[in-house]
Design a protein around this ligand. Structure first.
Ligand code: ADP
Ligand code: MG
Length: 314
């Protein structure tokens, strides 16, 4: 393609909200054979909502939610935000059905004052968080987090979490002083266009794959809903780039689509990194394509544009 053709294509991309950082990236996109999608915030809306709260001891529901929200208050994770939103709404309205209407600053401030003091907070990437509250040790996260800390998950609780996961929800466990005291189910709906885009890619001869830090059951349930057959789950943040490299070793030209800090090493490792515009700045910096509309249809537009631009000189 001539420099003019590349310029025109870049302009067409920009008009569709597809920002392309340079002619090399535009050229590589025509050869994409595999597209690896992050799950949370990429295939899903990234608007996680608590759907289930289960308490396994005598604790009052409000007290339980205050405890978990306090523990998660310093976390930036979408799951933490969902838990805080739910707890805040429960606290003020006892009825967390229209949480989005609940946004005023004064209520936010009141809510913060009502949380417990937290010390020794730390994030365990891909697993959850830990901290201490009122002299007790709190863990909030997946079963891997609890098991690694030597906490036994009783079979009735395990069964409860399995049931959540099979219905495409993420199951989060809460432990206080080595005892599992509760569980939360969190749902994050698929983007409306997700399934159509996956079907479109397959028709173009491109293979879609899903990669996520979430557990296998939830991952499989979501993949099934969206129509992806190849899933890699329970991948720790550092592992996403490894997944990309394993495909590249087999000779594939790999695109990675992601939104999170977790995804940035994979976006950099991919032949073509595509960041969701609504994602984190770090992901946007690591990628060569930025999908400004955060719409997955733009993955198809990007590949199509590259194929059309370079078709004539092949
Ligand atoms: P993803 O690849 O889907 O963005 P992450 O690697 O961020 O996932 O997290 C993987 C899993 O770790 C989550 O599904 C959840 O079980 C657990 N987790 C991570 N952060 C938190 C948190 N702040 N609170 C509770 N659980 C968490
Ligand atoms: Mg994500």
């Amino acid at each position: 393609a001539t420099p003019t053709a590349v310029m025109v294509a870049t302009g067409v991309g920009a008009n569709n909200g597809v920002l392309i950082k340079g002619g090399d990236a535009l050229e590589r996109a025509q050869k994409i054979s595999h597209v690896i999608f992050d799950k949370t915030g990429t295939l899903t809306q990234g608007k996680a909502k608590v759907t289930t709260v289960k308490i396994f001891n005598e604790m009052d529901r409000g007290d339980f939610l205050t405890l978990v929200a306090s523990a998660e208050a310093s976390s930036e994770h979408p799951l933490a935000k969902a838990i805080l939103e739910y707890a805040r709404h429960f606290h003020f309205f006892d009825e967390p059905s229209n949480a989005s209407e609940f946004q005023t600053c004064s209520e936010q401030a009141k809510f913060s004052g009502w949380l417990h003091d937290v010390s020794d907070f730390s994030v365990l990437p891909g697993k959850g968080i830990q901290c201490s509250i009122d002299g007790t040790w709190i863990l909030v996260g997946n079963r891997k987090l609890l098991i690694e800390n030597g906490i036994t998950v009783p079979s009735n609780i395990e069964n409860f979490v399995v049931e959540l996961e099979e219905s495409a929800r993420t199951g989060i466990l809460v432990a206080q002083d080595n005892i599992v005291i509760g569980a939360l189910g969190i749902a994050d709906p698929l983007k409306r266009e997700a399934a159509v885009v996956i079907e479109g890619l397959v028709k173009m001869g491109v293979k879609p794959i899903m990669v996520t830090g979430d557990n296998w059951r939830t991952a499989r349930a979501v993949a099934k809903e969206v129509g992806i057959q190849d899933v890699r789950a329970e991948v720790l943040p550092a592992g996403k780039a490894e997944v990309i490299r394993s495909f590249q070793k087999g000779g594939s030209v790999v695109a990675m689509v992601g939104d999170g800090i977790n995804d940035s090493p994979a976006l950099a490792a991919a032949d073509v990194g595509m960041a969701i515009g609504a994602g984190t700045d770090i992901a946007i910096e690591a990628a060569e394509y930025v999908l400004m509309r955060s719409n997955l249809e733009d993955v198809i537009i990007a590949i199509d544009l590259s194929r059309k631009t370079f078709a004539r000189i092949r």
